[in-house]
Ligand binder design. Structure first.
Ligand code: ADP
Length: 468
């Protein structure tokens, strides 16, 4: 059965395609499109197996074919824990102090990309549109082209793209950048990320830039900014229907008139959690009247807990939360409530709705969907206020949030106060404007715009690759 125009999504993690969990992260952007086009979703199975027993698993779920490959333990360690999360993740978030580069991990990264390409190439059909996601898979197109794959291949980077001075600290960065040029389209979250990529190609790779077309390594590449969004109406519904509205009511009865500030983040050093705790402590220091009347609920599920940088960061955060509580708590009030757990999305929606202020203060973030979810979950008649770091991609779009510099603890603390005291008219005005922005750039538009641009990637440029 040949079905031209099939969408093939490739990402490190695949699924889920069912249930409320599927409404989060990448799945929300992809599942509908995959269903519409009878698509294939390819990636890692989430399992490790001994070298001889590594398998390709295939199943159909809700009209989507899922194809996933096991990794050996050695590949998992080198590729995922090693090069992806100990080297590229900190690099992409401007944290070269945490970047650990080892050649054998880079080799594992290349090896896994080559193995993915080998399995995927066999599953592709003429006319497929291939959409590769995120920093785990930058070399995938190069490996596919090596295997004579001629279909259009697009890449979207979910993280920020760092400035050239930072990127150049990565040994062998040129080979990584060259790998982008095997794609037909490379998309970034924001215009700033796009410009940093173009600048890097110009300054470090001797390339040229004309509009959105970047030329280097003898090839032309179409680039663009495609800010990701959320499904606004669906998230709003979560907050106002069971079980989200039950969680909201339960939270309200627990709060008993106290105001809640909420933070929801993976436990990651890029999210600014330490400084956020510190700023909250300052806020309490500066506003004794808030004592007993405000709590900070921080939901931060452990992520990448096997990595040293994450373990020590978690210990620091535990200490910081304990410090603020030790300093300010009374027998009937604990200012910081800190959960290391993932919660169902509908529960989260209810908690956002019950929170007077949403605190989203990453030190650096590709976009940040939590900021958007917080806004979407609010009651338009009595909305909460979003405090947002200028270093989240979302700050480029959510202009009516209270924008802060998370490196400035005094300003962040003062803004927490401002947010809590904001009058209802202004809260409504800002919320209405933010909702308009969310709707104008929702996840359906992100997907449509990217796929339309990929479908239109100029044939001449794709043809010119055949010569290489
Ligand atoms: P990142 O992709 O770096 O984790 P984003 O803010 O862009 O950051 O996306 C995070 C997603 O994970 C959001 O959809 C958010 O709702 C979800 N999430 C974060 N923390 C939790 C949690 N404790 N329980 C469930 N979902 C969570």
């Amino acid at each position: 059965m040949s079905s031209p125009g099939r969408l093939v999504a490739v990402s490190n993690r695949v699924g889920p395609v069912r249930g409320a969990a599927a409404a989060g992260g990448l799945a929300v952007g992809l599942v509908d499109a995959l269903r519409e086009r009878g698509g294939l979703w390819f990636g890692w199975s989430g399992r490790t197996a001994p070298a001889g027993r590594v398998k390709l698993h295939q199943e159909d779920a809700e009209g989507v074919r899922l194809a996933t490959l096991d990794l050996t333990q050695q590949d998992f360690d080198g590729y995922y824990c090693g090069f992806c999360n100990n080297c590229l993740w900190p690099l992409m978030h401007f944290r070269i102090d945490l970047m650990r580069f080892e050649r054998r991990q880079l080799e594992a990264y290349r090896r896994v990309n080559a193995r993915f390409a080998q399995s995927l190439a066999r599953l592709l059909r003429a006319g497929d549109l291939v959409w590769v996601h995120d920093y785990h898979l930058i070399p995938l197109a190069e490996e596919l082209r090596r295997r004579r794959v001629r279909q259009r291949i697009g890449f979207f980077l979910h993280t920020p793209f760092p400035p050239t001075e930072i990127l150049s600290t990565l040994p062998e960065h040129e080979s990584l950048i060259r790998a982008f040029f095997a794609y037909d389209l490379v998309g970034f979250q924001t215009q700033e990320d796009l410009v940093r990529f173009q600048e890097h190609v110009r300054r470090a790779c001797g390339g040229t830039v004309r509009g959105d077309v970047v030329t280097a390594f003898g090839r032309e590449l179409q680039t663009g900014a495609f800010p990701i969004g959320i499904d606004v109406d669906q998230f709003h519904r979560y907050a106002f229907t069971a079980p989200g509205n039950r969680e909201f009511a339960r939270m309200q009865s627990v709060l008993r008139g106290r105001d809640q500030f909420i933070g929801v983040d993976r436990l990651d050093y890029s999210k600014g959690l330490l400084r956020r705790m510190d700023a909250f402590g300052r806020y309490l220091e500066d506003h004794p009247k808030a004592h007993g009347k405000v709590i900070l609920l921080q939901v931060a599920p452990v992520s990448r807990g096997d990595l040293t940088a994450y373990r020590s960061f978690r210990q620091e955060l535990d200490r910081e939360a304990a410090r603020v509580n030790g300093r300010f708590a009374s027998f009937d009030w604990t200012p910081v409530h800190y959960l290391n757990r993932a919660l169902p999305r509908r529960t989260l929606a209810g908690l956002y709705r019950a929170s007077r202020v949403g605190i989203v203060t990453p030190m650096r973030d590709g976009m940040n969907l939590v900021a958007m979810e917080y806004v979407a979950a609010q009651d338009p008649a009595d909305p909460g206020v979003l405090v947002l770091s200028r270093f989240a991609g979302a700050a480029q779009y959510l202009r009516e949030a209270l924008i802060v510099n998370p490196y400035d603890g005094e300003q962040t603390a003062a803004t927490m106060h401002l947010a809590r005291e904001m009058r209802i008219q202004e809260r409504r005005r800002r919320h209405e404007a933010l909702m308009r922005r969310l709707r104008a750039r929702d996840v359906a538009r992100w997907r449509r715009d990217f796929l339309a641009a990929l479908g239109e990637a100029p044939a001449a440029r794709r043809g010119s690759r055949k010569a290489r």
